[in-house]
Write a protein that binds this ligand. Sequence first.
Ligand SMILES: [Zn+2]
Length: 496
Amino acid sequence: MELVKKFREMIKKMKAYQYALTIIGWDSNTEAPRNTFKRRSEMSGYLSKELFGLRTSKEFQDTVNELYAKIDNLDDLLQREVKKAKKELDKIVNIPEDEFVDYMRLINDSQIIWEDAKENDDYESFKPNLKKIIEYNRKFALYYNDQANPYDTMLDDFEEGMTTKEYDHFFNTLKEDLVPFVKEIVKKSNDAYNDLRSKRYPKEKQREFSQYLLDEFAFNRKSGLLKESVHPFTWNTSPEDVRLTTKYMENYIFSSIYSTIHELGHATYEQQISTDLDDTLLNGGTSMGIHESQSRFYENNIGRSLAFWETHFDKFKELFPEQTKGYKAEDMFKASNHVEASLIRIEADELTYPIHIMLRYDIERMMFNGKVDVDTLPKVWNDLIEEYLGVRPKNNVEGVLQDVHWSGGMLGYFPTYALGSAYSAQIYYAMKDELDIEQLIKDHNIKEINLWLKDRMHQYGSAKTPKELIEMISGEAFNPDYYVRYLKEKYSKIYN
Ligand SMILES: [Zn+2]
């Protein structure tokens, strides 16, 4: 079909621009010298503008609309692709151009304003921008669909098919079943392994351990590599080019170990997607939540297990004989599962982490319902975190100013972090029915786990929706009870 051929060609062209931008971005985050900044932002600005022009061009819109009109005659994969393209277009093209340009400028400015506000604990200077960002997002969501709750539209941007109805159920389950348990465990928190965690671990040796982990997790080095960056991330242009970073801190050993394993989860997902999807719109992970379920699965369900430390403690000891003197594998396991009521989300442990997300969900929901405005926001934040975890921020840097997301216009993103962990628990129990996970870890055979995931989910890329994947893997819809059960089983054992 002529039309399909045209659609394919346009997508290929967009992918070429995207490819260049990804490689430039990778370079700028890992190796590029400081003075390359000006020229690079000029060049990548040009490429981004061209790409945006292609994505929203009349020609592309017409092609997508024509295909959409004939959707029933297309094969399943193409149907999914056209629907995806149509939805993305509908979200942008209904916004008046001047408003869109204003919004882009607002987001650009807000980044620096937020950074300064955080630096100086000056919420007031960020407040007007935050107010405008919320207003614009509400407005844009209504342009797309004036029948839906705007926050539902935003949630769907980050996790297809998820609405406040599902998230309310999820977070209410956590509120009722998990919060009381977390409060109990937090009371038992102690400093028993502080020493082991924060001894000095030379970077060179940490690097060696991360490289060892890459092989232990069967990462395909011919199709990827590991570097270092301030904030760890994984970027890819295809399953044959998947690059991840980690962060080495000499006084905190778990930073590099768990960043490496977390990013390996994202990377393994991308490496195992079928290359048949390369030239389609379906060639990446299907959603934020599903992506995060993979990183959390590798990080927490594998990396923070007793079996993991029993298997790799010898190698660790060989690299750090002084630091580990007098300690056993079980101590590493306990040290890596230390629980503490803390204020900063990105430093939170596996057990208290979802509470930080629950708080952000509550707040975003109230902001969109008009129940909280930017004036009362800091107080509401502080009251809620105190209610949930028993700790109260001394200032707004420890509270409402800590995350980058809102300044970037990412409202509706946070819930996917907790959802990812909850998905990973559901996947974990489904896998456990078929595989002896513990034994595979002990046999240095994580490859077998990778293949199970490839077969059940990775290969499909975005060809399946998050809901379809969860059903296919576990035989039922998303069910937050698995997550609560997993956390309770694990932490009851560790904290008696
Ligand atoms: Zn992640």
